[in-house]
Structures are given as C-alpha cells and as structure tokens.
Design a protein around this ligand. Sequence first.
Ligand code: AP5
Length: 216
Amino acid sequence: MMMLLFGPPGVGKGTQAELLSQKFHFIKFSMGDILRDEVARATPLGREAETYMKKGTLVPDTLIFRIVEAYVKEHQSESILFDGFPRTVQQAVTLEKTLQIHKKNIDLAIEMAIDDEIIVRRLVNRRYCPSCRAIYNLLSTPPRQPGICDHCSSPLAQRADDNEGTIRQRLNTYLAETQPLTEYYRTRNKYCRVDADGTQDHVFEEITHCLNAHRK
Ligand code: AP5
C-alpha cells in the first residue's frame, strides 16, 4: 500500500507517521528529515536546499524529484508512507508517474487539519533528537530529563525553522502551494481528512479509522 500524510507545518505528520509505520509496517519517507540530513552533511544538495528551508519556502522540484525517484526505485516492493511529499499538485503528478513506472499508485491521502495558532504554539515548543529523530514537545510530551532524549540520551535540539517568523511563512506557503492537494485527491476518491486537534492517541485512532474504511 502507498499512503501519504499532508497538512500544515506542525500539525503532527511526523509524529503520526512514526506511529503508523510501527503499527502497519510502512516504511516512512520523510522529505523534511532527508533534506535536514543533507543539510547536516553539507552536501551540494543540502547547501542549496538550506537557503529555502531557512526562509520557509519550498525547495525546488529538481532537487526534490531526484530524491523521490531514487527512493521509490530502491523501495518499490514495500509499503511506503510519504510524509511531507507531495507538497504541490505538480509534485503529486510526478509522484504518480514515478510510481506507475513500478506499477504502483497512491492508495490514500490523509489531510491533517488544525488551527494556525495551535500550530505556532506546538512548533515553538518542539524539540527533536538529532541522533534517533524522536520528537518532543515541551508542553505536551516533554523529555523525562530536560534537554536529553529519553531513547538514546543525546542532547535535544531545536529546528532552525521553528521560530515564529519562519513558522508563519511556512503556513503561508502551505496555504498557497499545498492546500490544492485536497481537491486533487478528493476528485480521485483517495482522500480522507482528520481533525488533528486532539491527543496523539486520538489523532492516531482517527487516521486508523480512515485507513480501515479505505481498505474495505
Ligand atoms: P518538513 O520537515 O516536512 O516540515 P513541515 O511540513 O513544516 O512539518 P513539520 O515537520 O514542522 O511538522 P509535523 O507536521 O511533522 O509535526 P510534528 O509531528 O513534528 O519540511 C521542512 C522544510 O523542508 C519545508 O519548509 C521546505 O522548505 C522543505 N521541504 C520539505 N518537503 C518538501 C517538498 N516536498 N517540496 C519542497 N520543499 C520541501 O509535531 C509538531 C509538534 O507538535 C511536536 O513538538 C509534537 O510533539 C507536537 N504534537 C504532535 N502531535 C500532537 C498532538 N496531537 N497534541 C499535541 N502536540 C502534538
């Protein structure tokens, strides 16, 4: 099965992608994590992508498609959960074409929705582990020991784009570029929307409900 999660920054895509991959044995494709890894390793792709990520705008498609095509080719026989890709209708069309080469298609696109002000509050309080990628929130899911990862004891970090100015730019980018995916997947009968303003467990239940309803 091929599934994707989309929604504004901070809605909880990464958190839910982790839970879904554990329960339903998807392999998780996180475009944001892949790009941040390229930035951290200062690769040519990472250096170019960093300029856009810092501003809160989208990284150019030429770089994005290179990553996706290589990934799909390598994992074509597995169930993939896409998080943070596609982010435009053009990217959705390209994903479809890439999957078709391997006789696959997107089965379900889940949109996670929430109020902008909740997003800002969540993101300025987000911390993550650069080693094992665990995600925390200082308000809702703080680490047991301040600043230290519960899983691997590495020091936690804050993302460079998790400041209020960049968060608001990311929200604008989402509205202008990514929101049209709702219509794109709705008209193809592959769409489900969940309210992401609940506990992580509650949101997970809603997504599981969508998934099961779609499989029938
Ligand atoms: P990316 O890394 O994909 O960022 P994003 O879409 O802005 O989403 P986030 O990772 O910020 O949030 P999330 O929805 O995963 O939330 P999370 O689970 O962490 O992309 C970053 C940048 O890369 C983009 O701006 C762009 O420049 C570039 N890029 C990426 N993909 C691209 C593409 N396809 N094309 C071009 N450019 C691309 O949760 C957030 C916080 O809330 C956490 O602290 C978490 O603990 C907490 N939380 C989660 N769920 C709940 C809950 N139910 N209740 C309370 N708190 C919760």
